[in-house]
Design a binder for this molecule. Structure first.
Ligand code: C5P
Length: 398
């Protein structure tokens, strides 16, 4: 995935520095070579010995190290990489980057580089929300610095809010997207996948048999062509592919919110088997079996995520692709769905029980576009995904 890529990892001085140990493992497992640099403050949080052991390379810390200057100067070090990653990017490090200050090795490398820079901010929520940090963030963004996170959640300082460093898996996804090569490089694709769970009460829910296999395969194939993929998945049985940004949801409403939050995108592939209905009023406590007999479940209609995205008047992805799982009149129903949902393509398949497609390893699909109907042979789901990704790439070919 990152074979042969060279990453200069600058570890800042924050409690989140410990997550860099896991990030180092992920980067090396993905085939990257990593040169670690630590600020003085970072050494208070993790030891250079641990970092060096996991990086498989010595840690650089000091600016004026004559031996190093003879071996590799700071200018060369800052350029002999495909990407500079700053994690955690503390408020102080961000301020020094934004101000062009070069008073230690880390900040000097960041000023001297001609390579892309990705930073993963991490700090106390008040520091993140402070006008000074907001200003620095916008300066850094306009300087072309890429940003991943921070996330919202419980913080080591005991407060709650935005400021937690992005998880190592998310940082890896951002790195692979930045270093991607392929026809979909620079394109953002949202893929929905898996079933949704619609709660009845705290222990019961309505679900369907979707495994999420086709959606995961599509996300992997698009990622392989260089796209940045946001993978919005319900509780699927097949794990998400590596290298994509995973957003886990349970219900259709959560899936819709996650998709809208992930926009803008160039492409949306709606491969999820979204429940059409949810229980209108979810019971707060477990519904008891009693003499009143079985409960009546009143259902309400779920939002149609595909139709909502296809119908956006502003910020609509250029290509919106839906699925149609049918048990009869596959092409006819798919054509009708194309018009009803307002999407650009429909991938239709016959999911009658005899076909073994739902939850199986293969798929036989028909691609329906306004121009016509294309029948694909029965293929492994990974191959269907590759063909679809290649067709999408054709649409974006200059
Ligand atoms: O209407 P139907 O469920 O057959 O449409 C299937 C297509 O619409 C799939 O692409 C599915 O992901 C999408 N869909 C959706 N939101 C819903 C229902 C379906 O995005 N609530």
């Amino acid at each position: 995935m990152l074979d042969g890529k060279r990453i200069l990892l600058i570890i800042g001085g924050g409690i989140a520095a410990y997550k860099c140990l896991h990030l180092l493992r992920l980067l090396r497992a993905a085939g990257a070579s990593v040169k670690p640099v630590m600020t003085r403050a970072a050494e208070e949080f993790v030891t250079p010995l641990s970092v060096a052991a996991l990086a498989g390379a010595p840690v650089k810390t000091a600016l004026f190290d004559l031996e190093d200057e003879a071996e590799m100067g700071h200018i060369e070090l800052s350029r002999a990489a495909d990407l500079l990653v700053v994690a955690p990017a503390t408020a102080d490090l961000m301020a020094r980057m934004a101000g062009g200050i070069a008073d230690d090795l880390a900040s000097t490398l960041l000023l001297a580089t001609d390579k892309p820079v990705l930073m993963a901010p991490a700090m106390n929520v008040r520091m993140w929300q402070h006008p000074a940090t907001r200003r620095n963030l916008s300066t850094l963004r306009s300087d072309g610095v890429h940003v991943v996170g921070p996330n919202e959640g419980d913080m080591a300082c005991g407060e709650y809010g935005p400021g937690r460093m992005a998880e190592p898996e998310e940082i890896l996804a951002a790195i692979t997207a930045l270093l991607a090569e392929g026809p979909l490089r620079g394109r953002h694709v949202i893929v929905t996948s898996g079933p949704t769970h619609e709660p009845i009460d705290p222990v019961r829910y309505i679900a369907n048999r979707s495994s999420g296999a086709q959606g995961a395969a599509i996300a992997a194939a698009l990622h392989a062509l260089g796209a940045r993929v946001t993978f919005v998945t319900g509780p699927a049985t097949v794990p998400p592919p590596p290298g994509v940004e995973v957003v886990r949801v349970e219900t259709a409403q959560e899936m819709r919110d996650a998709v809208m939050a992930a926009l803008p995108a160039d492409v949306m592939v709606a491969a999820a088997a979204v429940a059409d209905w949810r229980v209108a009023s979810v019971s707060r406590s477990k519904v008891k079996k009693d003499e009143k007999g079985p409960p009546r479940l009143e259902l309400a209609e779920n939002p149609d995520i595909l139709a909502d995205v296809a119908g956006l008047s502003e910020g609509r992805p250029r290509l919106v692709i839906g699925f149609a799982a049918e048990t009869e009149n596959v092409v006819e129903n798919a054509r009708a769905k194309l018009a009803r949902k307002g999407c650009d393509w429909i991938i239709a398949n016959d999911v009658s029980p005899g076909t073994g497609i739902m939850g199986g390893a293969e798929n036989a699909v028909v691609l329906v576009t306004p121009e016509g109907v294309e029948e694909w042979p029965r293929l492994p789901k990974a191959e269907v995904a590759r063909r679809l990704a290649a067709r999408i790439a054709e649409e974006f070919a200059e």
